[in-house]
Design a protein around this ligand. Structure first.
Ligand code: 0O2
Length: 197
């Protein structure tokens, strides 16, 4: 039964969610607060996986999906402050059950669109009938402000497809800078608040 492609990834997603919940609970016990506002996982739909393969110039096949689509399992962790992003990334990096394959720091180096978030491409174990298989997942860690920007950007991309008007792009680039500044101010405020604890 575990040979089924989607079932394997469903189990992988459950493994990842459980491991993240344990890690975040341990963090809360140690530090007395939780940095996470909310966390959500999803499995990429087959049409979306095929679209991604096409955009990369690969034939649609299960082998190609497993090899070239790193976010079949996607998990998004939204945190309060900029410092929380790096705390959560460090927490995940130290997990014995998650292997870090790649790091993409779009916070230090935002994408051209203005998109900013910290991505980890990880390997998680799935316990099959006769062996353990490590499968890929993408974890996105970002602040509430970055999440607000990304969700608006997502809606814009859906509405305009490829041809986003320059005026809209320029506005979004500007707002991305505002978001960066807001995150910096919120981080500063958090540091002030910590002095009173
Ligand atoms: P969706 O709808 O979230 O599934 P790679 O696989 O590394 O060769 P890829 O997949 O482009 O190339 O990696 P990248 O750039 O790290 O982006 C992965 C995901 O980050 C995207 O998944 C989005 O979720 C998010 N993302 C990246 N750039 C942007 C952006 O400009 N705006 C928004 N809103 N999100 C972005 P998908 O599969 O493209 O989309």
């Amino acid at each position: 039964m575990f040979n089924d492609f989607y079932t394997k990834y469903e189990y992988g997603m459950k493994m990842l969610e459980t491991e993240l919940e344990i890690l975040l609970h341990a963090f809360e016990l140690e530090h007395g607060y939780t940095p996470v506002e909310h966390m959500k996982s999803r499995l990429k739909t087959m049409p979306s996986m095929k679209k991604k393969l096409e955009s990369k110039g690969y034939e649609p096949s299960i082998q190609n999906i497993e090899k070239h689509v790193s976010d079949i399992i996607g998990c998004r962790i939204v945190v309060s402050f900029l410092s929380d992003v790096y705390d959560v990334v460090s927490l995940i990096s130290h997990s014995p059950n998650i292997i870090i394959k790649e790091r993409k720091d779009y916070i230090s180096n935002p994408k051209e669109s203005g998109y900013s978030s910290y991505h980890l491409i990880v390997l998680v174990p799935v316990y099959l009938e006769h062996h353990v298989e490590y499968i890929q997942a993408e974890i996105q860690v970002r602040t509430v402000a970055m999440d607000f920007w990304a969700s608006l950007d997502h809606k814009i991309r859906y509405k305009f497809k490829e041809a986003i008007p320059v005026e809209v792009q320029e506005e979004m680039e500007e707002y991305a800078k505002d978001i960066q500044e807001l995150d910096r101010k919120m981080y500063h405020l958090n540091q002030i608040m910590n002095k009173y604890q």
